[in-house]
Design a protein around this ligand. Structure first.
Ligand code: MN
Ligand code: MN
Length: 388
């Protein structure tokens, strides 16, 4: 290295050091909370040479069982890629309630699959709402709102819960029995203006499922009387006609435009006839959590760097597609497939591959693929969405 080269090298090295130092000093470029910066941090789970599994056999897992009631969950523990959303399959026996509790770190969205369920939820403004649900109905509880779920009638009920946080565990909720059981009686007595003896014999630990009489058909008035919440927590999703109907299937979509309280979750029920394909697409603003209600589907996922993976999901399995990842869902069985899909956004967005191609002139497509422009004249001129 000549003296000149050396001097220039040192000068540029110093300049580089200065740039690096200022970059790391400048709160504008690397401050935590800057989403453009955070989005550039690779997710170690999804940044390997191969895509990780995005399937979990939820209904084949054991979960938490008390008597004939159970809760099975899919969180990042069971399905590490599913950081944005978690889910639970819960069954309650007649007379059983999922006790009063709240979720510190997740909102709860649910679709009832079997039986009848009653929920009572408290809102921060002191109002409370009690609702009865049948199969096809949805509830949404914003993060932190206290609630209880009761099985109604003499048949068991089954519902799927979706949470807008993959780290959230249904077995780590804030339950009323756990709280009261661990608070000194003197403090409870002062809190409620009652003698300490009023708290004798309360459960010492979390009850989780409580069994009692089958609730009366008529809703019972709360202690404070009826004070109804402004925004309802209930929506009869499958009572509506499908949002969109295609030759090979149909789709019900429920987002905050129709269900205003549900600001952080959008739900979809997708039905695919045998052979039908929900085409290649991605979601710009949300992760996708899938639960197969019926049928057998093949789900493909594309994750850049030539990484492509398919998983076969059957009834009771869960799938997960991170935000922005390309994917498709194909019915590979002999019956109609029904898939529940949850997104961690209140506003649903999708970009479908056919639509993207249709949004470009043939000249661009011809150059991009080194094919004659005439070939692309044969491509769909609009969004396919669902191919029979
Ligand atoms: Mn809950
Ligand atoms: Mn999708």
């Amino acid at each position: 290295m000549s003296a000149f080269q050396r001097r220039e090298f040192l000068a540029s090295a110093a300049a580089l050091t200065a740039v690096v130092a200022s970059t790391f000093r400048s709160p504008k470029t690397v401050e935590a909370g800057d989403t453009t910066f955070m989005n550039n941090v690779p997710d170690p789970v999804a940044s390997g040479e191969e895509l990780p599994t995005f399937k979990f056999a939820l209904e084949k897992s054991v979960g938490k069982v008390i008597g004939n009631s159970s809760g099975k969950e899919a969180t990042v523990k069971q399905l590490p890629i599913s950081k944005g959303l978690a889910g639970v399959s819960m069954r309650l026996d007649p007379g059983v309630m999922r006790e009063l509790h709240w979720h510190a770190t997740a909102a709860e969205w649910a679709l009832v699959l079997e039986g009848d369920v009653r929920t009572t939820v408290i809102s921060p403004d002191g109002t409370a709402e009690t609702n009865d649900f049948k199969p096809g109905d949805v509830w949404f509880f914003p993060r932190g709102h206290g609630h209880v779920l009761e099985c109604l009638g003499n048949k068991p009920c089954h519902f799927i819960l979706i949470f807008d946080n993959g780290y959230f565990s249904e077995f780590g909720t804030f339950s009323i029995s756990d709280w009261i059981g661990h608070t000194p009686k003197a403090l409870l007595a002062k809190n409620f203006g009652l003698p300490e003896s009023a708290f004798e014999g309360f459960p010492k630990d979390e009850v989780y499922f409580a069994k009692g009489a089958i609730p009366p058909r008529e809703q019972s008035e709360p202690l404070q009387g009826w004070k109804k919440t402004a925004l309802t927590h209930k929506y009869e999703m499958l009572k509506d006609p499908p949002h969109r109907t295609f030759e090979g299937g149909r789709e019900w979509t429920l987002d905050s435009t129709k269900f205003p309280i549900s600001t952080t979750v959008t739900g979809v029920v997708l039905e695919l006839e045998p052979g039908a394909l929900r085409e290649l697409h991605w979601h710009p603003t949300a992760d996708e959590w899938q639960y197969v209600i019926a049928g057998n589907v093949s789900v493909s996922m594309f994750g850049s760097h030539g990484r492509y993976r398919t998983e076969t999901l059957e009834k009771g399995d869960v799938g997960y597609i991170p935000q922005g990842y390309g994917h498709s869902i194909e019915n590979i069985g002999h019956e109609t497939a029904r898939i529940l899909i949850g997104f961690n956004t209140g506003v649903y967005q999708t970009i479908d591959l056919s639509q993207w191609i249709a949004g470009n002139p043939t000249s661009i497509l011809a150059t991009n693929f080194s094919k004659p422009a005439s070939l692309f004249e044969k491509f769909p001129k609009k969004d396919v969405f669902l191919s029979p």
